[in-house]
Design a protein around this ligand. Structure first.
Ligand code: AMP
Ligand code: MG
Length: 391
């Protein structure tokens, strides 16, 4: 059995290299950026009014001021302002030369059609200065960034209509267990539905890659070997759920070895999720994950997700926050790093969700993340601070 950190170090030695491709900006959310992005121009690109009003010289206030021209957004000013002059300007309009402030229309009185007076008190210029947000050439986004909606606007603003991203890794997902039936089937006798494959496919997709459901195979060594061997040919990565433990029908680790793959580890000191085989060879990798639904979920988040993220050039597989425990929590055994499903509470707190162990699939539906208890630590006191990995 190895520590999680050690397992992650081993994974880093066997990362995949999916290569790069160019995609349109609209197809970039959920992809890993494969180039550094810089600003192609100053932002804003000109001195810009941030209010509807009149562009003028502060020294001339309160006026009266002669109105020279109308400057809606998108129009280049034709007149330079001199003493006692102003131009009507709209939010987003280019501030004319000579002006050093914009006064809000709410504080302006009209003396005539072409003459106004300021009746407010001056507080700020209401001008966004050229380049104040970003200078031309400034660093914008780092290679490896996992692209999300908040990145799209900034990339659009600097003209990245197409960009270089990492190719998606293709993952096959195989469930093994003689008790398993397809989701659409009604289980009979001692059968249960295969819930893990769907869950894993969604996890792979959320991590920015593609997943294909590759069916269910009985606990039969030959069938399993045949199926795994075929799938390892087709996909970059294979996720097998079930049969990874030490029971009589836990055949996955042995089958992988028989097929000539090198098993790098098969137990990780985490709870839930200890039985976990990682095997590699011929440029392909396979994770043999637990059949227990919560264990399988945790193993993906803690090991497979970082593997996929790093393989794609990303460096931040998890978001972590510090939270205060709203209730205490105690566990009996403390030999492994423990992941406790929690919900977040207003005011920076978190609370454990009802959790009956690694088969308790419904606990997953409520959680916001997992609070970490280091090996050796049995108790979290009420009010104690913990690290929570957000899901
Ligand atoms: P195993 O890892 O094969 O020993 O399975 C551990 C537990 O998880 C058993 O109770 C299995 O019935 C259950 N299980 C295995 N595979 C799945 C699956 N694909 N979906 C839901 N539960 C599963
Ligand atoms: Mg099984």
């Amino acid at each position: 059995m190895i520590e999680l950190e050690k397992a992650l170090q081993i994974l880093k030695k066997h990362l995949l290299s999916p290569g790069k491709e160019t995609v349109p900006l609209s197809a970039s959310p959920g992809r890993y950026l494969a180039e550094d992005l810089r600003a192609d121009r100053d932002m804003p690109p000109f001195h810009k009014a941030s209010m509807d009003g009149f562009a003028c010289r502060k020294a001339d206030l309160p006026g009266p001021l002669d109105v020279l021209e109308l400057l809606p957004a998108g129009q280049v000013p034709t007149e330079r302002l001199g003493a006692g002059q102003c131009s009507r300007i709209m939010t987003g309009g280019q501030v004319p030369e000579g002006a050093d402030c914009v006064i809000m229309q709410e504080y302006v009185e009209k003396e005539s059609d072409k003459r106004i007076r300021f009746n407010g008190s001056y507080s700020e210029s209401y001008i966004c200065r050229k380049g104040e947000d970003l200078k031309k050439g400034a660093f914008l986004l780092k290679e490896g960034t996992f692209l999300e909606p908040q990145h799209l606007g900034m990339m659009a603003a600097v003209g990245k209509s197409r960009l270089l991203v990492t190719r998606r890794i293709s993952a096959g997902i195989l469930a093994t267990g003689s008790e398993l039936v397809d989701v659409a089937q009604v289980p009979e006798g001692a059968q249960i539905r295969n819930s893990n494959s769907m869950q894993l496919a969604a996890q792979v997709q959320r991590a920015g890659h593609t997943a294909e459901l590759s069916g269910i195979v009985r606990d039969d060594k030959d069938l399993l070997a045949e199926k795994i061997s075929a799938l390892m040919e087709r996909f970059d990565l294979l996720l097998v759920t079930g049969g990874a433990s030490v029971g009589e029908f836990d055949l996955v680790p042995g089958v992988l070895r028989d097929l000539g793959f090198s098993s790098e580890f098969d137990r990780v000191a985490v709870q839930p999720g200890k039985p976990l085989t990682f095997a590699q060879g011929k440029g392909k990798v396979c994770f043999g994950l637990s059949g227990n639904p919560v264990s399988c979920f945790v193993q993906f988040e803690m090991l497979v997700k970082p593997f996929l993220c790093w393989s794609a050039g990303g460096d931040l597989p998890h978001r972590r926050i510090r939270c205060r425990m709203e209730n205490g929590f105690t566990r009996r055994k403390s030999d492994r790093l423990f992941f406790l499903p929690v919900v977040l509470r207003p005011g920076g707190g978190c609370a454990p969700v009802e959790y009956h162990g690694s088969a308790h699939l419904h606990a997953l539906g409520k959680l916001a993340g997992f609070a970490e208890l280091a090996a050796g630590k049995t108790t979290l006191k009420r009010g104690e601070e913990v690290d929570v990995r957000l899901i």
